[in-house]
Design a protein around this ligand. Sequence first.
Ligand SMILES: Cc1cc2nc3c(=O)[nH]c(=O)nc-3n(C[C@H](O)[C@H](O)[C@H](O)COP(=O)(O)OP(=O)(O)OC[C@H]3O[C@@H](n4cnc5c(N)ncnc54)[C@H](O)[C@@H]3O)c2cc1C
Length: 395
Amino acid sequence: MKRMLSSTDVLVIGGGAAGLLCAIEAGKRGRRVVVLEHNREIGRKIVISGGGRCNFTNLHTRAENFLSGNPHFAKSALARYTPQDFLRLVERHGIPYHEKTLGQLFCDRSARDIVFMLEAECAAAGVRIETACPVRTVARNSGFVVDSGQGIWEAKSLVIATGGLSIPRMGATSFGYDIARQFGLNVLECHPALVPVTFGRPDQAKYSGLAGVSAEVVVAAGKCRFREKMLFTHRGLSGPAILQASSYWKTGGFLEIDLLPDVDLVSRLRERRSAGDCSETRTIVSRFLPKRLTDRWFELHSPSKPVAMVGDREIETIARGLREWRVEPAGTEGFEKAEVTAGGVDTAELSSKTMEARKVLGLYFVGEVVDVTGQLGGFNFQWAWASGYSAGQAV
Ligand SMILES: Cc1cc2nc3c(=O)[nH]c(=O)nc-3n(C[C@H](O)[C@H](O)[C@H](O)COP(=O)(O)OP(=O)(O)OC[C@H]3O[C@@H](n4cnc5c(N)ncnc54)[C@H](O)[C@@H]3O)c2cc1C
């Protein structure tokens, strides 16, 4: 049976954060917009984000919060659509929110509030949304011809907003990268980011008993340092500090972890020694670090003894060991557990103002599919909104 060909001005493939914002803006400009989403509902990642509360933006968003082959690329879009712009939208819809920490804004009630808001904005802008509609192929005529599960569509402008590879069970596909390659655009290698790391066998044997223990630490990967919580898991390390560092970690490299960022341990131990304290070194350290972690660390690295019996050099070795703990991860938990995908459509192929492919007029890429990856804290959504907005003004 021959399927019907429908035509519109703008086709957006992917009903996630970036695609929906783009569709809303284009619709407001009077464009006829259709969003094709292969899940049964739009915005599934929004619903699970931020532990169900969606950290929808960060008030302190700057280009420095993003990882990209071109660190300047995101600036234009981020300036055109700011966290305050998105916040105005949230406030206009009466969605209660709060600042958790460091400019991170979360919904008070549920991440679904953001999805309902985007849905309402789409309806107001006359955007048509087709769900359960997986796009399979894209071909070129004077515009683009798109074959979806529910029919064939034709449009002058095509926006690829299909996200990255993280969490395949939520509908993540490589579709956006495949289309970029099909049209001759360069795609930078993708890897999981904001992801727990795994220990190699020896470290797993040493530390897996600490699963569930957490501490505030500073984790350095290359030149980037993050001070936040770290969590031991059965297979390795997680928690915000590790997720942040994972985006900058490269296979074969190491993470350097300061387990006592606020403590001048050398002075503390010397002080206790001069005061004639009979406590063991590990008892003193356990005042600053979880006891299970302290005990394991001393078992592995330094026999604990009364501080009165510890010489200067040994004190320095203990302090250095705790402040410069080097971990060489065997790998990461992969796309199954990664919050985002680093790498993607090379920004050199796109206009930073409109997100349009330089070589293929009418073809746009927005959101996570582009090689712009935010740090943890609401930056990835801000990139999705900002890049979606920029394309929405141009399609
Ligand atoms: C567990 C988790 C928590 C997160 N929490 C936060 C947070 O609190 N704050 C933050 O800033 N970021 C967070 N992120 C990251 C954030 O969710 C993403 O960066 C953001 O959703 C990217 O938006 P996007 O529109 O580019 O892609 P997506 O939201 O992934 O949307 C892409 C859409 O395209 C659809 N699609 C894919 N292929 C096809 C196809 N062939 N045909 C039709 N449709 C297709 C998908 O089903 C999907 O709906 C989190 C991510 C995860 C996994």
